[in-house]
Design a protein around this ligand. Sequence first.
Ligand code: ITT
Length: 216
Amino acid sequence: MNESYLESKAPRRLLVATRNPGKVREYRQLLRGIPFEITSLEEIGIADEVEETGSTFEENACIKARAYAASSDLLSLADDSGLEVDALNGSPGVKSARYGGPGLTDEGRVALLLANMQNVKWEDRSGRFKCVIAIAQPSDEPETVTGAVEGIIQYEPKGGNGFGYDPVFYLPHLGRTMAELSLGEKNALSHRAQAAGKAVTLLKAYHPKLNKDSGQ
Ligand code: ITT
């Protein structure tokens, strides 16, 4: 197969398939420099809601990547992520975005989390952010990569950056919460950044200029 044929078949655009503007912002920086034009669900006008029926981050990431690759006909990257708190037996976990029901905002979910941890001592407030990224071509099975970062659930929210549970996620080695980090600082260490670093390696295999075996 000659190179120009491979190049004509090669995906040129990558859909970052998330409805969460905080994730879009992070991926735009994390994926800077890869040889794909990044687009978003909002940009291409896809409004479908994909139901997250899986019981693991991996299952839900694959459900989203598969569904959005099919509806957009584009190479698609989706993540399922969340906060696992040891004192709450891993909750909110895969339900992080839906913790407390659909009516809550990020601030409401943080308040609920703190209320549920009222009697938990500092040394027992460990937790981690986890992220599974799934990458799918239309009609292909997704590939996945993972990342995780450990921290402590602080007693009070602090910091105005990031999104979700960032204001209560304290990083002991930095002495700050995730929401006190700049976008660049968060993207140097987060669960999403770790998974995205591995995703970039996977993505290279979809590009014939970077991987001559692609498409054969
Ligand atoms: P999409 O499904 O459209 O991507 P979502 O926000 O619903 O958006 P998830 O189902 O993966 O995404 O839920 C992730 C939730 O976990 C997110 O809404 C936050 O509450 C939390 N979360 C994940 N990553 C986070 C981060 O980097 N900082 C703070 N909270 C995070």
